[in-house]
Design a protein around this ligand. Structure first.
Ligand SMILES: Cc1ncc(C[n+]2csc(CCOP(=O)(O)OP(=O)(O)O)c2C)c(N)n1
Ligand SMILES: [Mg+2]
Length: 311
């Protein structure tokens, strides 16, 4: 029977990612992993792309994982898990192992997913493997020192979009990877946030039981890269949701559904001002960038409402 998604019931479970890993205090990634894996009652097998989550949990000769786990390379977590899933199905068919309803999951950062691993992910989805790919999106290549990725927000200060006399931070808007994945026509796609844990956990259950490839894009605050206090992770994550920078929705068999509509949509400025990576935007000469950011958020929110039949 499925564990009830209540704090009381969930507290009885053993975490599948153990304490004692080396991720930063306040990092969004392990919060997401623990919430998602606690939602799944079945056995899981994980693949991990190179990035903070991989590096911070498996420092040789230790591992923080209490489940079978494989790392291969930066760009091929989806190909790796699809191979593992295919091998498992073959062994079951040959009668060499018993069917146990194993859930195959890959975790990758935004660099490993939006950029370098996109063809690997697209291919695995197109082949129809039964797996869930989770992008924990912290909006930069954090593990190697905060380089911009195609997930980095407009205007953010990173080491490869540095604020100075030449540019005032990143010049491009974020790529809409969730919509790109939905365009694959796959059975399940969702966007989620650890500040709305029950929504994240319900989506995880829907994803692993959809019978085919599933993709979830989950916003993961990084206090080193975003420049905020280690105790502000969840609050700042929820502001991303309430400003509609990171709307929560799912696309089930091609049908777009909004999961959460903020009663009071907050101005993007409220999310930006909490993070040091956007500090320069508040200088008088850069204020117009905040207006441009707001206009882009409003455009994508309107497009989403339309897709979800809520316009
Ligand atoms: C082919 C390859 N290129 C570059 C690297 C170096 N590298 C290791 S982790 C990393 C950053 C990963 O960024 P992301 O996927 O966003 O995960 P995060 O570290 O932010 O969690 C990079 C560039 C590598 N390991 N392999
Ligand atoms: Mg990243």
């Amino acid at each position: 029977m499925a564990t009830k998604l209540t704090p009381k019931e969930l507290a009885k479970q053993e975490d599948r990612l153990s304490p004692g890993h080396r991720l930063c205090a306040g990092c969004g990634a392990p919060i997401i992993v623990r919430q998602m894996l606690a939602a799944i009652d079945e056995p899981v097998v994980l693949a991990n792309a190179t990035g903070c989550l991989e590096v911070g949990t498996t420092i040789y000769p230790y591992t923080a994982w209490r489940v079978p786990w494989i790392h291969n390379a930066f760009e091929n977590a989806a190909a790796t898990i699809s191979g593992v899933e295919a091998a498992y199905r073959s062994l079951v068919r040959q009668g060499k192992i018993k069917e146990q309803n194993v859930k195959f999951i890959a975790f990758g950062g935004d660099g490993g997913t939006y950029d370098i691993g996109l063809q690997s992910l697209s291919g695995a989805v197109e082949r129809g493997h039964r797996f869930l790919y989770v992008c924990y999106d912290n909006g930069a290549y954090m593990n190697t020192g905060i380089q911009r990725s195609s997930a980095t927000p407009y205007g953010a200060n990173t080491t490869t979009s540095p604020v100075g006399s030449v540019i005032p931070g990143k010049q491009q808007f974020r790529k809409d990877l969730t919509a790109i994945m939905a365009a694959h026509g796959m059975p399940y796609v969702a966007q989620a946030a650890p500040s709305q844990w029950r929504d994240l956990m319900k989506k995880t259950r829907a994803a692993v039981s959809c019978g085919g490839p599933a993709f979830m894009n989950v916003i993961a605050s990084c206090n080193r890269g975003w420049r905020h206090g280690t105790d502000e992770t969840i609050e700042i994550t929820q502001l991303a949701v309430d400003t509609c920078y990171w709307p929560l929705y799912e696309v089930v068999d091609g049908e777009w559904r909004l999961s959460y509509k903020p009663k009071d949509k907050r101005p993007i400025e409220e999310w930006l001002k909490r993070q040091g990576r956007f500090r320069h935007l508040f200088r008088p000469e850069n204020r117009h960038m905040i207006d441009e950011f707001q206009a882009e958020v409003d455009r994508s929110w309107a497009r989403l409402l339309e897709r979800c039949g809520e316009a």
